[in-house]
Design a protein around this ligand. Sequence first.
Ligand SMILES: [Zn+2]
Length: 167
Amino acid sequence: MPHNNDWRLTNQMSYLYGKKLVYLPYISYRAGWEHEHCEFCSEKIDVNSSNSYCTPDKYYWVCSTCFKDFNQMFKWVITMPEDEYDNNFISIDDFVDCINRGAEVEFLYENKNYSITHAGKKIAVAEYYNGESEKRYKNPIDALQYPIGEKCLGGILGDIKIIFRSL
Ligand SMILES: [Zn+2]
């Protein structure tokens, strides 16, 4: 984790703390705009860059290196453009099959990010930035009991937004 005196830090806290970011290839913010610069390291981000992070309005951009370095400090919420939610689980069976095949999943629900990962033979479900929220289950069916607010994962499976799934 970088120090507060990291050279890349200026006043980003005032406009990027806790913001939603989307992860995608460079897209022009408006006609005639060909590139952006990372808000932290100023690296050029354009159509030749690998995927980067930006605010949903595509105004502020963060390169993937700086994202990794400052994610913890800035507590970003990763989301996706509304028209790209095509990864959702279509059924409980789809979820179980996906997890049983070893998939890692990240999802968004009510502005919080969660991850589903494999920890040894168990399935770990946790909210980002909240180590105490982690629970481990012996199979995907049990993992559907993971509590989220007043509900459980199984009850909101159709409403979560899958940000990433490895399978
Ligand atoms: Zn950067």
